[in-house]
Write a protein that binds this ligand. Structure first.
Ligand code: RFL
Ligand code: PHB
Length: 387
């Protein structure tokens, strides 16, 4: 089989890239190791920056998002005795959208169906070959057990943190940071008890109240990295959330917990994001801890750049944009890596009294200084495309 671009991975990065390329008249085949049902059910991100929404909309996949997504003006930061609302629209003129990654993935999957392009779900033994040549190719075993080969002009590695693409970058420099805590993530059938997301500093550990819709809420609790989920009964989860999110006479509504899992936290950047005719985008090249809500947005921003660069290269032969891709993408990656690291270290409990005081001082500054609040708003609501 021949195509112009083989995309490895049908997460949001791979699906959006294929759709943008299709809009531009470029052929792409996706090879994905999981089933479509699995990919569309994987619960992950919930927050979209306005520039991500604009990109999805301009790609023709923003209709349901605008109808069913929830536009948010800002967030609350809280610590014992204080809950401070940050109105990002007032501060920097833009807010964020709550729309689950599951929904983004379904919308992109439907767009790809309409584009009529080929996707191999359930592929195994996916391998990249000759990425330094003009004719790289990908081999894999498809769902029926047949060995396949797809020849192309470009390979896009959109295969997430555990995919095979990154290993083909010969002189990759990898920089990473592990955090001494993890998140217990909980999905519950209960209306949100808050109008905006609450990020709570607490002496017993960070807690967060997020949401997915008017009837489904999402919560996170700071736990140890090796935490056994079996130790967390629904009652224990609600009582810990009630304690860490407590504020004045505010009450947390509780409901049926439908999913719970422990999520590791790390920062990770692979540079460069290119080798020959292989380009990485999204989590295959970088991971941020979820506290800043940046992972999905960074994947979308990478793909916005990469689609334009590949379109230009494949249609005109110009290498200007593909040559600039890695450096341009990494500028935003490092900004978001810093912001996510800062949100994470400011809000989580390190078990050190000196750190506690630095964190509380930072939170008080954010709540009292418009200049500090603007910095938070600018980063959280997201920098413009092309930053
Ligand atoms: P994905 O979504 O991991 O997709 C990669 C795809 O590649 C496939 N794959 C392979 N395919 C073929 N062959 C192989 N050998 C393969 N190996 C893997 C995988 O099956 C998968 O389908 O990466 P992508 O597309 O780059 O998208 C990145 C986002 O998924 C990720 O950054 C976000 O989910 C991060 N994230 C958040 N981001 C936000 O912007 N806002 C948030 O609020 C937010 N919250 C979160 C998050 C991530 C979380 N977890 C679980 C990591 C909350 C959580 C809890
Ligand atoms: C989520 O709703 O899953 C979510 C929201 C904001 C974050 C992280 C996760 O910072």
């Amino acid at each position: 089989m021949h195509t112009q671009v083989v995309i490895i991975g049908a997460g949001p990065a791979g699906l959006l890239l294929s759709h943008l390329l299709a809009n531009d008249g470029v052929d792409a085949v996706i090879v994905e190791s999981r089933s479509r049902a699995y990919v569309e059910k994987r619960i992950r991100a919930g927050i979209l920056e306005s520039s991500s929404v604009e990109l999805l909309e301009s790609a023709g996949v923003g209709e349901r998002l605008r109808k069913e997504g929830m536009e948010h003006r800002g967030i609350y930061l809280q610590w014992p005795g204080h809950r401070h609302k940050f109105d990002f629209v007032d501060l920097v003129g833009r807010g964020v959208w709550v729309y689950g990654q599951t929904e983004v993935t379904k919308d992109l999957g439907a767009a790809r169906d309409a584009d009529g392009q080929v996707t191999f779900y359930g592929a195994s033994d996916v391998a990249l070959h000759d990425v330094d040549s003009e004719n790289p190719y990908v081999t894999f075993v498809d769902e029926s057990g047949t060995g396949d080969r797809i020849d192309s002009q470009v390979i896009a590695g959109c295969d997430g943190f555990h995919g095979p693409s990154r290993a083909s970058i010969d002189d990759a420099t990898v920089m990473e940071r592990e955090y001494p805590f993890a998140w217990l993530g909980v999905l519950a059938d209960v209306a949100p008890s808050t109008d905006e997301l609450i990020y709570a500093w607490h002496p017993d550990g960070f807690a967060m109240h997020s949401m997915r819709s008017h009837d489904v809420s999402r919560f996170y609790l700071q736990v140890d990295p090796g935490e056994d989920i079996g130790e967390w009964s629904d009652d224990r989860i609600w009582s810990e959330l009630r304690k860490r999110l407590a504020h004045d006479d505010w009450d947390l509504q509780i409901g049926d917990i439908t999913e719970k899992s422990v999520l590791p936290m790390r920062s990770f950047v692979c540079t460069p994001m290119r080798q020959g005719r292989l380009f990485l985008a999204g989590d295959s090249a970088h991971i941020v801890p979820p506290t800043g809500a940046k992972g999905l947005n960074l994947a979308i921003a990478d793909v916005g750049l990469l689609a334009a660069a590949l379109g230009s290269y494949l249609k005109t032969g110009s290498t200007e944009l593909i040559d600039a891709y890695s450096d341009t993408a990494l500028r935003r990656v490092w900004r978001c890596t810093h912001f996510s690291w800062w949100m994470t270290t400011t809000l989580h409990q390190h078990g050190d009294a000196f750190d506690d005081q630095l964190q509380l001082s930072q939170l008080r500054l954010l709540a009292s200084s418009k200049a500090a609040a603007k910095g938070l708003a600018e980063n959280y609501a997201g920098l413009p495309i092309g930053y």
